[in-house]
Write a protein that binds this ligand. Structure first.
Ligand code: IYR
Length: 215
């Protein structure tokens, strides 16, 4: 394989540590500045997401990158309607309790204020040029991995993001004109953090809590 370059083990270790440090510095942000960001950076990060390993190489993802203020506003209005129903009754009490430390509510100003919303769609099945349907495989796994790479690419570029999942999300197909074989997966809100924003104090699980070695 021509692209594989074996590194000395010490360098591997060093690079793994450096990457961990970068990853540990990523925080999800909920308050965004309205400062614009260049489209080419979004394009580059989406290309990185498109390198994800995926089922049968079907690449079952679509990214809709929205900076149009009217479309962002329409998404905000529709999402807030769903969120209101969620917070005012649809959500079970234990779920609301779990969310309390995050301080979230039905108001989603970032959907309008952040410079970019990247709406990630999962292609449940493909439609060939002749109109025939063909199956995709491991769609959620594939799109989940692609989204992880997208989040990481945006962080590496020096921007911040929020993974947002209004539920249900069917309104996104309507607003964005996407066909029925594309299922909304999540909205990635992207931009600069608002200057005075804070993030909750969170503890990440330790290695012992997340790994079991069998050796
Ligand atoms: N979609 C709602 C609720 C929500 C759910 C989870 I799980 C979170 O980690 C955060 C929020 C909202 O966006 O407010």
């Amino acid at each position: 394989m021509s692209s594989y370059v074996e590194l000395p083990v010490d360098e591997m270790r060093e690079r793994a540590r450096a990457f961990l440090k970068q990853a540990q510095n990523r925080r999800t942000v909920r308050d965004f500045s309205d400062r614009p960001i260049p489209r080419d950076i979004i394009e580059t990060c989406i290309l990185a997401a498109g390198t994800a390993p995926n089922g049968a190489h079907r690449q079952p993802w679509r990214f809709v990158a929205v900076s149009d203020p009217e479309i962002k506003r329409a998404i905000r209005v529709a999402a807030e309607e769903e969120e209101k129903a969620f917070y005012e009754g649809r959500a079970p009490d234990d779920w609301l309790e779990a969310l309390a430390p995050l301080g979230t509510d039905e108001k989603k100003p970032f959907l309008e204020g952040a410079p970019y919303l990247i709406v990630v769609f999962a292609e449940s099945y493909a439609v060939e040029e002749n109109g025939e349907k063909s199956k995709n495989y491991y769609v959620s796994e594939s799109v989940g991995i692609a989204t992880g790479i997208l989040v990481t690419a945006i962080h590496e570029a020096g921007l911040v993001s929020l993974t947002h999942t209004p539920s249900p999300m069917g309104f996104l197909n309507e607003i964005l004109g996407r066909p029925e074989n594309e299922r909304p997966f999540l909205i990635l809100v992207v931009g600069y953090p608002a200057p005075d924003t804070t993030v909750p104090e969170l503890r990440r699980k330790s290695l012992e809590e997340i790994v079991i070695f069998i050796e």
